[in-house]
Design a protein around this ligand. Structure first.
Ligand SMILES: Nc1ncnc2c1ncn2[C@@H]1O[C@H](COP(=O)(O)OP(=O)(O)OP(=O)(O)O)[C@@H](O)[C@H]1O
Ligand SMILES: [Mg+2]
Length: 455
């Protein structure tokens, strides 16, 4: 039950208010000076205070300050029989929820109470949200408040201290390498090496000797023994990038390492145990590669123990602003322009762009803007013209030519989202106008916004 404290020196006023409040389902307590008022307030049971300005023991204004210092979420409505406009203004400035001149009608005080309670609830919710934000999971240097990123951070934290193999998938530029590093940094192996190998960049035989090492004379050019990256990563993490394009022969060798945790140097039959955490990444759809016979199924199951899918940036728009600010802070510092900011227009453009190159593209766009910008703020003309949703709509991506087509409904989501975003941008975010422009009614637009996750 909502509890209201009436603090008024006039016994008649106290009784009237108490009766009125009681009849409306409030629990009301009455006191006649500041000190008496502070007792229940300190107990933390009071939701709202109705206080007369002429309250003995310091006055209603003094009580307002005390409440703000002790229980800022409690609303205070001030009352006065001699109140001037100035008193009212000053009370509100100092944080009173409302100010009523006596005598007042019952309706007046009830409306003021309702409004004040509403405001207090909002304030409480806001501060709860803020502290929830502060409690969010963080990984060093990895920005992400989107629920999908938060779920990823949770997984990373859960597996960091194990030796479980982790597979990270996702489009190029979504942060796979960054996440692999964060995983290493979080693990007990952080003191050991983090060794990165791009498995797509080397021809098969070189890749093998690179990873497993070779013994002297095992092939032309092998003039001395060479320690491979698996051995070099002992006690740490080896990060095998672009695993999806590796050759079948290499896949067999990798399977052996994963199964038995041993390697054989090229040209050497002795097996060497390796103590490494293996993290793999690919921007290919491995399941599809398995179906197409390009990737060994047994290896796929071996590496797919814990898999993390990095969502493309266009599917986590909530992160765009935070990422843009993160990169701006970094590049502004690096380029000696510490006070640069984005204009609202520039931010709107960033928020609505399609980002086919994901976070890497955003990072590049921000750096370029920092370098090019001649003013205090980065405006839309400092950003590449290709970012505008208009440009994106012009290049409505057709279904990928190779893979199977998406179900029609799904395939249409992308274009639909971009057209709606373009309309919103055009109307400065005014949804009513945007709906008119799109020739749909408002509730249809709201429904679509919710479904597409557009803010
Ligand atoms: N969540 C993030 N927070 C901060 N920076 C990020 C985030 N994600 C990506 N980046 C930055 O974006 C750039 C691209 O990320 P990264 O190299 O990890 O992507 P990738 O998925 O490994 O790409 P590729 O498939 O091309 O190897 C890097 O500079 C990285 O630091
Ligand atoms: Mg990478």
């Amino acid at each position: 039950m909502t509890k209201i404290l009436v603090a008024d020196p006039d016994p008649r006023a106290r009784a009237d208010l108490q009766q009125l409040l009681g009849s409306r389902g409030f629990e009301a307590e009455a006191v006649d000076d500041v000190r008496a008022a502070l007792l229940p307030i300190d107990e933390g049971t009071i939701d709202l205070v109705l206080a007369d300005l002429a309250l003995p023991g310091g006055g209603g204004m003094q009580l307002l300050h005390e409440v703000q210092a002790r229980h800022p979420e409690t609303a205070v409505v001030l009352l006065s029989a001699f109140g001037s406009v100035q008193d009212a203004v000053s009370a509100m400035r100092q944080g009173a929820a409302d100010f009523l001149g006596k005598p007042f009608a019952s309706d007046q005080v009830l409306v003021a109470i309702e409004r004040a309670l509403e405001k207090a609830t909002l304030r409480r919710e806001n501060s709860a949200l803020r502290s929830a934000l502060d409690d969010r999971l963080r990984l060093d240097n990895v920005v992400g408040t989107d629920p999908r990123m938060q779920a990823i951070f949770k997984t990373v934290k859960a597996v960091a201290d194990t030796r479980t193999t982790v597979l990270i998938t996702g489009e190029s530029g979504t942060g796979k390498t960054l996440l692999a590093r964060a995983l290493h940094q979080l693990s007990a192996r952080r003191g050991g090496p983090f060794i990165e190998v791009n498995c797509g960049a080397l021809p098969e035989n070189l890749l093998e000797s690179e990873l497993f090492g070779h013994s002297k004379g095992s092939f032309t050019g092998a003039v001395r023994d060479k320690v491979g990256k698996f051995e070099a990563a002992a006690g740490g993490t080896i990060f095998l990038d672009e695993i999806g394009t590796s050759s079948p022969a290499f896949q067999v060798k990798l399977l052996r390492v994963l199964q038995d945790r041993v390697i054989e140097r090229v040209g050497d039959t002795r097996t060497v145990p390796v103590d490494v955490r293996i993290v793999l990444a690919t921007n290919k759809d491995l399941e599809q590669a398995v179906a197409a016979g390009e990737f060994r199924e047994d290896l796929y199951y071996r590496i797919n123990v814990v898999s993390i899918e990095m969502p493309p940036l266009r599917q986590r728009r909530a992160d765009i602003q935070a990422l843009a600010e993160h990169f701006l802070a970094r590049f502004a510092r690096e380029h000696g322009r510490p006070h640069l900011a984005f204009t609202d227009r520039a931010m709107a453009l960033l928020l609505h762009a399609a980002w086919p190159g994901n976070v890497r593209q955003l990072e590049n766009v921000v750096e370029r803007a920092v370098v090019l910008c001649q003013h205090e703020a980065i405006d839309s003309h400092d950003l590449p013209a290709t970012l505008s949703p208009r440009a994106a709509v012009a290049s409505l991506e057709p279904a990928p030519a190779d893979g199977p087509p998406l179900p029609l409904k799904e395939a249409l989501l992308g274009p639909e989202r971009r057209i709606i975003e373009q309309a919103l941008l055009h109307c400065g975010g005014n949804r009513e106008q945007a709906a008119r422009l799109l020739g749909i009614n408002r509730s249809t637009l709201f429904h679509k916004l919710r479904r597409l996750g557009i803010r």
